[in-house]
Design a protein around this ligand. Sequence first.
Ligand code: ZN
Length: 297
Amino acid sequence: MRIGIDLGGTKTAGILMAPDGAVIERRRTPTPTSRGYGAICENVCEIVRQLEHAAGQPCRVGIGTPGALFAQTGLMRNSNTTCLNGRALREDLSRMLSRDVRIENDANCFALSEAVDGAAAGARVVFGIIMGTGVGGGIVIDGRIHRGRHHVAGEWGHNVLDPDGPPCYCGRRGCVETLLSGPALHGAYDPGLAARCEDARAVAAEARAGDRDAAKVIERFLDNFGRAVATVVNILDPDVIVIGGGLSNLDELYEQGPTRIARHVFADDFDTPVRRNRFGDSSGVRGAAWLWPGGGG
Ligand SMILES: [Zn+2]
């Protein structure tokens, strides 16, 4: 059996998963970020011990978390749980749990989960997209995560879409993330609309209800989505595109997304399925569990 842990900035979730993918046990606790690195590691170990106790046998452990292990040093970087950065997270948890654990970026875990037995099951090349508070992505080929030389494969969120666009925390301007995240759909296109809509979902609802300003925003958002995804398609040409994150609930992405992508792809017969995720918030823990043989890694 496998244990998958989703180590997030605010909560840590874990599952005990049977070989067929069935979830046998779940645990969920707040991540003790304010108490620092040691407390976060101990919290992960406690969840593993509880799940393993339920399993009644030793389990493989995989962990998904924002950021990534820098291959050359084995240290974490790019995590928004900043106290993990610069730490040898895999080494430390492997020692504490007396076994090898695997650690992977959360967007890669999402893509792996959907590729193994989710919305992209059976597809050879899968591009998993996360569109939520940020924009990320992961690539799975033949059931294995493709990480790339710098562990950034699939990170389309920081491709530049508009050099004159909004500033991004990464130091560039007009990154995909600044135009296709939830906060971007809510506030980057029309500040006046943002003032009277609570969030991105409300903007979409206004557009559907016939509001012309909101409809214009959705129009520009979908056009940007099409252009941004098309740049990935022209390089990777995946068999399936799966969308996760808060914005994956927007029906427009599936109803109109494919034709928007098609306009910008260098092929006049673009027919790649664009699918909603199957596992939602559980993709992180499931992908982490699948990091062990039989499911990639
Ligand atoms: Zn950026």
